[in-house]
Design a protein. Structure first.
Ligand SMILES: *Cc1c(COP(=O)(O)O)cnc(C)c1O
Length: 347
């Protein structure tokens, strides 16, 4: 093997299963159960008309202008990515050198660890408190600590840390704090305003979940212009293609679609949480489009496997020092009813 030892040693990130058969009810990777805005099709068709023989705009100017208007930032505060995973990669490459440290809470998004490993960086995870609040240690600066990732809302718990607390965390840390807001459109608060006041706060967003565009691959980062300018040097020149830029611009322009969709998904989430609690599951309050369910007696793995045999995919998760559970993405009302009625027979 000719690869670097760091790569040979690592196992790699395992994404949630994408079954070939379309018939399964897919509640395992937090996609939106509904198709995206009708504005997407014509926008993509127009981008094809205007000629794919040319390279795309390296800075996705049209998207940044539109998103800047919607979110209240000048375009030079925005960096676009091939999904927000690309944004996470760019930040890791830009801020963290070999042997230096990244920090993130545990249990949370497993990709952060993978990115650090590829970079040859060291990982420091800090366990959440039992109620999914952040431990005090999380805010303690470290000499070689170069990047802190904070998914908010968190996955798999769906829990949310308040912006005031994140502001105080940013003040204590002496390194960049990347608030991963992949699910924030389903939450009551977000950290965009913190970016204006705190040079070390960056906020990443994705169109994969709340805009129903996981198949598209588009995400973006909001940070101060000095930071964005540096990150632009690190990203691939053409990290977003012409079709995805056109589609993402149309999607962000259709905030009415987002509001309607969000209300439907939140209603589904509240139904799932209440029904699961009636069945004896412990379900932390979720601010995302999924719920984390831990049962005191029924084995999560068995629940997962039985649901799967019955055509419903959920995510089974085990984490060190944490009770195993299942993460269920919000589906359509019929899908939510079905998963609950099957679980009712199982517990
Ligand atoms: C889904 C997810 C992402 C990545 O989203 P993409 O834009 O599809 O790459 C990032 N962070 C968290 C916590 C997620 O759950």
């Amino acid at each position: 093997m000719y690869v670097r030892p760091e790569i040979a040693r690592m196992t790699g990130y395992t994404p949630g299963e994408q079954p070939g058969v379309r018939k399964v009810i897919k509640l395992n990777t937090n996609e939106n159960p509904y198709p995206p805005s009708d504005a997407i099709g014509p926008a993509v068709a127009a981008a094809i008309q205007s000629g794919l023989q040319r390279y795309p705009d390296p800075r996705a100017t049209a998207f940044r202008a539109c998103a800047g208007h919607v979110f209240g930032f000048d375009p030079d505060w925005i960096l676009c990515g091939n999904g927000s995973d690309d944004i996470l990669t760019i930040c890791t490459r830009a801020f963290v050198g070999e042997g230096e440290f990244v920090r993130f809470p545990h249990p949370s998004y497993l990709l952060y660890g993978t990115l650090a490993e590829v970079q040859g960086a060291q990982v420091e995870t800090i366990d959440f408190n039992a109620d999914w609040s952040l431990a005090d240690e999380f805010a303690v600066p470290g000499p070689a600590l170069k990047l802190v990732y904070l998914p908010n809302p968190n996955s798999p718990s769906g829990t949310l840390i308040a912006p005031q607390q994140i502001a105080s965390l940013a003040n204590k840390l002496e390194c960049p704090l990347l608030v991963d807001e992949a699910y924030v459109d389903f939450a009551k608060s977000n950290c965009l305003e913190l970016v204006r006041k705190h040079p070390n706060v960056m906020v990443s967003r994705t169109l994969s979940k709340s805009y129903g565009l996981a198949g598209l691959r588009f995400g973006f980062l909001v940070a101060q212009p000095e930071t964005i300018a540096e990150l632009n040097k690190v990203k691939d020149s053409y990290n977003c293609d012409a079709l995805s830029i056109a589609a993402a611009t149309a999607a962000v322009n259709d905030q009415a679609w987002l509001r309607t969709n969000r209300d439907k998904v939140i209603a589904g989430r509240e139904f799932l949480a209440a029904s699961l609690r009636e069945l004896g599951f412990q379900v932390p309050d979720s601010a995302a489009n999924f719920v984390w369910a831990v049962h005191p007696t029924a084995q999560a793995k068995t629940l997962f496997e039985t649901l799967k045999q019955n055509g419903i995919l959920v995510r089974y998760m085990t984490y060190d020092r944490w009770p195993e559970g299942i993460r269920i993405s919000v589906g359509t009302p019929e899908q939510n009813e079905l998963v609950i009625s099957m679980l009712r027979d199982l517990v």
